[in-house]
Design a protein around this ligand. Sequence first.
Ligand code: C5P
Length: 287
Amino acid sequence: MSANVGQERAYAKINLSLDVLGKREDGYHELSMVMETVDLADTLTFKHEGAGLRVESQISFLPTDRTNLAVAAALAFQKATGRAVEPLIIEMDKRIPVCAGTAGGSSDAAATLRYLNQVTGANLSLQALQAIGETIGSDIPYCLMGGTALAEGRGERLTALPPLPKCAVVLCKPNFPISTGMLFGELDRCKIRRRPDTTGILAALEAGDLQGVARRLYNVFEDVLQPRQKRTVEGIKNTLVGEGALGAAMTGTGPTVFGLFDDETLAQNAYKTLAEDYPSTFLCHTL
Ligand code: C5P
């Protein structure tokens, strides 16, 4: 690779739990989420050529300008550090599904910040980089950190947790889009009937108990989906568990559903079964 080109991998995340504790005065919601990084990843190639700053990818509908979180992050980095980042083409080989609750856009932004921090010689601390990321999106600070973590506040207050024991993860994105803003709005209108047992998940992580984590997977957004969406999500969860997943849940604001497996063959079979109906199905592993 020439000196004028750099590369970073941007990993997807799943929510082992997602709880919404209330609405804040700034319009955001107070969250409590246990996050986990998986090895499904986009590859970002940074080319210092052309003019300006833009994204290129194989996905026709992916924004290429500052409405892409990676471009927004690069501009925020430039503003915060005074280091010029242009000209820059961010070439994305997208593997993480788009608008799927798996933090693909946030992870691309985090990878861009990591790369620029190193290539410009700014050498900001992780905390300083997270502070820039937070101005662009609530999941970016976590994506900069990665691993197993408790995310609170807007999602930016992070505590590293004992790692989830290694396991296979089958991800399956149903064929309908979900609007994050609308789903938060839906949650504001109704009473949350079931919440994840976050304390139980933290204790299971402490004990290295994969099954204990897996049987507690839950996301409050599952309960506010439209009836048809809910049926689809429940159907995928049932398939995953029927194929031997230790537990299954929706991640983020969805619609992607995932299952955790301690048996590789069972995970492969579940992957094959779901891929017949859902083209956006992936078999990956915790990182
Ligand atoms: O921060 P980010 O741009 O990723 O958030 C997208 C949307 O999700 C926000 O505009 C808001 O509607 C909602 N959100 C929220 N509370 C959070 C995080 C996100 O209400 N803690």
